[in-house]
Design a protein around this ligand. Structure first.
Ligand code: SF4
Ligand code: SF4
Length: 529
């Protein structure tokens, strides 16, 4: 018996859905304005910081912020960090991490929406795209249209400007690792090191691809932060929320339905919030991992509410706690109210959540057409939740700790290595000589004179290798600026004056200019008696 061909058909399971291009519409409003301000501020800081000069004298770089990989030093204003002081960098990373926790706990994904380089560069690239190709509808039309001269020209111009921005981004980034003015000259005259061009090429490619083509996919699929931050939000964190307690039942024909006595919510289902979303989502579907909380849908919806003569804030930054309370206040409790709602022509659109039905008459006063005052909105007290206070305390404590450690930082340091083989040398006059490799670190950008002396080994005689065996009781040494001075030192002693085989003593080095000092303990070894 022949089989029904339909039975052989298997349902096609799609494991990968190709990305649909998103064409966010331009929007005006407070959040958009703030985003422009923040974009210019952060980009300005990024671009101009390597060009700020800071006088450190003739022996050190005059770049305000310099990560000097070749000499393994980090300069930031008057702060200079050497490799062995990496704990400062650890402290800064802890502060950045805890700061991010604090911002996330208070403002949700504010980092993603405003400061993340992926967001900032994507915003800038979309701005370029909009200037060349027009706003959403024009871009949609151009995308779908045939490859005309106009389309090729516009696309080429867009890619060219993206490419220039990407190259400049790479060049600015590497300016943090070299003297910016000199590097700029070298790059232009093609005299820079190959590694500089290779780094710029890599950064150009990543900026061009990530901000130009991958855009929201970076946030949704590649960045771990959206997953991590989920664990940091609580019921007091601000997130962009569609206040369905006042928006539902949504309808495109609010006027008509209201005139017919229907109960409708504030949402007129215009999709303005969807059209402006850079990640292409509908915030009315609830919290989604794609939402970077940029606030642009708030602007779009506020503009619509303004035109309708309704209060702004149908979409708003709100906390889960306030939202839940408002939803409860707006929900039906009596069977009569439920029946009245179900009798409405528009009943199909009512939102049922936790078996509660939103009742518009509980939201808005029908006489004044104003929202009732019982609803809750975020206020400054949410910043004072125990968790936020704890984060802030940790952040402040690490910051104060770092400031204290930095203010007490000793720019003079010393390492001593006693000779291992032989541990001592018996000289012909009966005295014993020990050898030491000493490294004196002068961590300031000025040359310094220091005195090296011993404590706990009276009458010891010091001599420097290659110094004609001249004997000193203490040594005066010249330290070059910002460098390590290696010293090969001999100490000679009469063993009869020592009781132990090994005698510990201290080497002390002191700046002659300001008496700052450092010391280290080592030992003098003699043969067993
Ligand atoms: S839903 Fe709103 S806040 Fe979230 S990404 Fe889209 S526009 Fe930004
Ligand atoms: S912009 Fe406001 S009114 Fe329009 S669909 Fe979005 S939530 Fe509804």
């Amino acid at each position: 018996m022949a089989k029904n061909p339909k039975e052989n058909k298997q349902e096609k399971i799609v494991l990968y859905e190709a990305r649909k291009n998103i064409f966010p519409k331009d929007v005006k409003g407070n959040f958009r304005r703030f985003k422009w301000f923040w974009l210019l501020l952060t980009l300005g800081i990024f671009v101009f910081t390597p060009w700020i000069r800071w006088d450190r004298g003739p022996y050190a770089s005059d770049q305000f912020l310099l990560i000097d990989l070749a000499n393994r030093k980090f300069f930031f204003a008057n702060i200079e960090i050497w490799p062995q002081e990496f704990y400062y960098v650890t402290g800064m990373l802890i502060m950045a991490g805890v700061g991010l926790f604090l911002i996330t706990s208070v403002l949700g994904r504010a980092w993603c929406g405003y400061s993340c380089p992926q967001t900032v560069f994507t915003d800038m690239f979309i701005w370029v795209e909009r200037k060349i190709e027009g706003d959403r509808n024009a871009r949609l039309k151009l995308e779908k249209g045939a490859w005309t001269f106009e389309k090729i020209f516009k696309f080429s111009l867009k890619y060219l400007i993206w490419l220039i921005i990407s190259i400049l981004t790479g060049a600015v980034f590497i300016s943090y690792f070299a003297e910016a003015p000199q590097l700029a000259k070298d790059l232009i005259t093609l005299q820079a090191a190959p590694v500089a061009y290779i780094t710029i090429a890599i950064l150009t490619a990543t900026t061009f691809i990530f901000a130009g083509f991958m855009r929201e996919q970076m946030c949704v699929y590649m960045c771990p932060w959206p997953r991590i931050q989920g664990a940091m939000l609580d019921e007091n964190s601000l997130t962009v929320t569609y206040n369905d307690w006042r928006g539902e039942p949504r309808t495109k024909s609010a006027k008509k339905l209201k005139a017919a006595g229907d109960l409708v919510g504030d949402c007129v289902d215009c999709d303005a919030c969807v059209a402006v979303c850079p990640t292409g989502i509908d915030i009315r579907d609830g919290q989604q991992i794609e939402c970077i909380t940029c606030g642009l849908c708030i602007d779009a919806c506020d503009n619509v509410m303004e035109k309708l003569g309704l209060e702004k804030g149908l979409i708003s930054y709100t906390t889960l706690k306030d939202y839940t309370q408002n939803l409860a206040l707006a929900s039906a409790v009596s069977e009569d109210e439920k029946k009245q709602l179900l009798a409405s022509h528009h009943a199909n659109h009512n939102v049922l959540m936790d078996n509660r039905t939103i009742v518009p008459s509980k939201v808005r006063d029908s006489k004044t057409n104003k929202l009732f005052e019982k609803f809750k909105y975020p206020n400054w007290k949410l910043f004072l939740s125990p968790r936020n206070v704890l984060y802030f305390t940790i952040w402040g404590a690490v910051g104060i700790g770092m400031l204290v450690v930095l203010s007490l930082r000793n720019p003079l340091d010393m390492n001593i290595l006693h000779d291992r083989n032989p541990l001592y040398v018996a000289l012909s006059d009966g005295t014993i000589r020990n050898g030491y490799d000493i490294k004196i670190l002068n961590m300031v950008p000025q040359p310094q004179k220091v005195e090296l002396k011993l404590e706990g080994l009276p009458n010891a005689k010091l001599s420097l290798v290659n110094n004609n065996n001249e004997i000193f009781e203490s040594l005066i040494l010249d330290l070059p600026p910002d460098e390590v001075l290696p010293v090969r030192l001999y100490i000679t002693y009469d063993p009869k004056e020592l009781e132990e085989v090994r005698t510990n003593f201290k080497m002390i080095v002191t700046y002659l200019s300001n008496e700052r000092t450092t010391s280290a303990v080592t030992f003098f070894e003699i043969p067993a008696k």
